[in-house]
Design a protein around this ligand. Sequence first.
Ligand SMILES: Nc1nc2c(c(=O)[nH]1)N[C@H]1C(S)=C(S)[C@@H](COP(=O)(O)OP(=O)(O)OC[C@H]3O[C@@H](n4cnc5c(=O)[nH]c(N)nc54)[C@H](O)[C@@H]3O)O[C@H]1N2
Ligand SMILES: Nc1nc2c(c(=O)[nH]1)N[C@H]1C(S)=C(S)[C@@H](COP(=O)(O)OP(=O)(O)OC[C@H]3O[C@@H](n4cnc5c(=O)[nH]c(N)nc54)[C@H](O)[C@@H]3O)O[C@H]1N2
Ligand code: SF4
Ligand SMILES: [Mo]
Length: 741
Amino acid sequence: MREIHSSICRLCPAFCGIRVEVDDGRVVKVYGDKDNVNTHGYSCKKGRSLPEQHMHPNRLLHPLRKLPDGSQERTDVITALDEIAAKLREIIDRHGPRAVALYAGTMQMAIPAAINFYQSFMAKLGSPMVFHSGMLDQPGKPVAAALHGTWDAGMYPFDEADTWLVIGANPMISMWGPMYNPGAALNAAKARGRRFIVIDPRVTESAERADLHLQIKPGEDATLLAGIIRVILDENLHDKDFIAAEVDGLEELYRALAPYTVDYVAKRCDIPVDQILAAARMFASGKRSGVTAGTGPNMAGRGTLTEYLILALQSVCGQWVRAGEPVFQPFVLLPERRRKAQANPPVPGWGFGEPLRVRNLGSTAGGMPTAALADEILLSGEGQVKALIIVGGNPIVSWPDQLKAHEAMKSLDLLVSLDLKRTQTSKLADYIIPPPHHLEVEGCTQFCENLHIMGSGLFYQKPFAQYFSPVLPRPEGSDLIEEWEFFYELARRLGLELEVPTGAMVLGGEPYDPTPLDMTNRPTSEDVYRLLARNSRISIEEVKRYEHGHLFPAEGLTVEDKEPDWKGRLNIGDPVMIAELAEVAAELVEDPAATSFPFRLISRRMRDFMNSMGNDIAILARNGGFNPAFMNPEDIDRLGLANGDEVVIESERASIFGIVHAAADVRRGTISMAHGFGDTPEHDGRFREIGSPTGRLIDNAKDFDPYTGIPRMSAIPVRISSMPSGAVELSLVRQRVRTEA
Ligand SMILES: Nc1nc2c(c(=O)[nH]1)N[C@H]1C(S)=C(S)[C@@H](COP(=O)(O)OP(=O)(O)OC[C@H]3O[C@@H](n4cnc5c(=O)[nH]c(N)nc54)[C@H](O)[C@@H]3O)O[C@H]1N2
Ligand SMILES: Nc1nc2c(c(=O)[nH]1)N[C@H]1C(S)=C(S)[C@@H](COP(=O)(O)OP(=O)(O)OC[C@H]3O[C@@H](n4cnc5c(=O)[nH]c(N)nc54)[C@H](O)[C@@H]3O)O[C@H]1N2
Ligand code: SF4
Ligand SMILES: [Mo]
């Protein structure tokens, strides 16, 4: 019997509405849901391959447990939980709760309730060592927002704006940023005469659609933004009334911008002066302009400063929603969000709780510095991390400094990975705990609303919500456990009483309205979602009535006036950021071509792969399951290489193999390559099949952002040479592990 269900694909931040065709209990087809008012029928190949992913032979249907020889054998959920609880107890008794750390990867976004449970579990355990992939992604965003303050009424949603600037993001492929179904959103914007500016070293699929594309030299976004803001101030294009009423620090900022003349900036960023002037004027002249940055600038050094300058640019131009305008996102499955046309003043960006033991890092407004977790595992002494629980992440191919990450994984007393598969990381684990597949669990979009805390202008900009039920039963004979349930059961075994907040996800702050869970009678998943949405603006029952999801605008709800005696102001002259601007201006800018690492390896996403996922899916890996080294044809020629050549890509830290792909869209002097591929060095020889891990080229203790700890993960200095014979062995020699913290 054929049935069709509606659901949401959670493989990437597009959260596309999908239709799932099931025949006799087997999923046969997945495609975009035309009746989903958020994504209007869009889907990509990754989502459409959900049937293959669901039935994939690599999918684990039982937990695995590591044997002394390093192999993994099948076990069952109850035994695994009992054993993990006993080991955690032992570790905590000997070393204290701080010895237990948790890392939540990107796929926590597929499993909406997990975060609420692991946060409570770790809090009740008494360990502050909670890390997440957002701190390897765009950690500058929450920290910059803390220093600048936040405008309570937020920024304009993309669909309501007339001008948009995207910096180092490629929404057409990544779906990251302010728009859903980006192709359709950009077409609609163009039809209405709206302007779109892109800053990216590559002529990306998004840059191709831009009215203005600034093909910047990687790693110079802070310089360029400083230049753009200076042009706006020099040309008197700023919003003086808004600044007078709401913003501090203009003088300090302007003084710090003195070195950033348009000629200096043009030269340093290698962009024509005219383009910088045009970008500044276009942005400032918009009635409703917005900016979003992506991973590129956040990874290329000075990410916090870059995000701070983005907020300063918005504030200098007064580009924030004003009193009397609609509350565009009043929330649906979260408590109603009333908005005021006023500034929430700056708060500290870092320095919370107990510091880490390395590089002067500690908890930030965005959470713990994930880039330092490997060191916390390797560095012996009091406070050393001995146990790690991973939820939907794959550190071996996602953490910077792979060799160190690998040493760290191997040295743990207990490594538990909640994952659907044996991955580069989970195959090293003492336990792999597989959850049911995305199509086998229920959930709701509360999490997608929640993600706004990652930064202004991200994720659901409209009051859209959907509840989805399991589309398929769990495979017969399987022994699986949902992520929330895993933490619940572990808590029971350790005698912890969990609490869940009202949905609101917190990164660095306190949970909102925590409510104790019944630890005797296990709730169902449905109970859990009802509990998380207990104070929502629209009840979960109401949301459930709409199979395809629904928009729930708060008719007539407008942004309120500023409170009469409100003192909060935004700050564009934060002393630490001002000092960093001076540091940037004082930097000696080398010509990469004159150094022994003349290329810059820049990050990117590929359409058919989501981070480390997809290269074992036949339809997605049709053109090869590896990550090509995309290079400009002129560079390829100059190096005497040819398209398809095999090369060694070497940084100061280590080396990987690559396969050259000619791509005219790549800026000369750069190599554009995706992460999430390959494996540890002993697998390097299989690079044609599985690709290579760019994270190995990164030194996590060098060139790092002093607040968030993110090292330089884009614009990595590298050199490239053709592959000598016997190169596989050669690379092993060069990759002797350095584990000093
Ligand atoms: N060099 C370099 N490094 C980078 C980046 C870069 O651009 N360059 N990007 C960084 C960024 S932005 C990020 S977000 C991180 C990503 O880093 P991670 O989150 O650590 O890596 P992913 O590959 O996304 O891992 C997701 C894992 O979740 C598993 N999974 C899938 N579905 C489920 C599920 O339903 N439940 C559970 N429990 N698991 C599931 C998958 O099998 C996979 O192993 O990498 C960062 N690292
Ligand atoms: N298909 C697909 N979609 C994905 C993912 C995926 O792996 N595949 N990953 C998901 C994840 S975890 C995330 S965080 C988002 C990320 O979403 P995005 O940030 O949009 O990711 P990218 O597509 O890599 O875009 C980053 C852009 O930055 C540019 N760039 C690199 N260095 C610099 C620099 O120094 N300055 C500037 N201005 N630009 C630079 C790159 O050329 C690239 O075009 O995507 C998500 N969506
Ligand atoms: S993976 Fe594809 S179908 Fe799934 S949410 Fe992302 S863009 Fe949509
Ligand atoms: Mo990410």
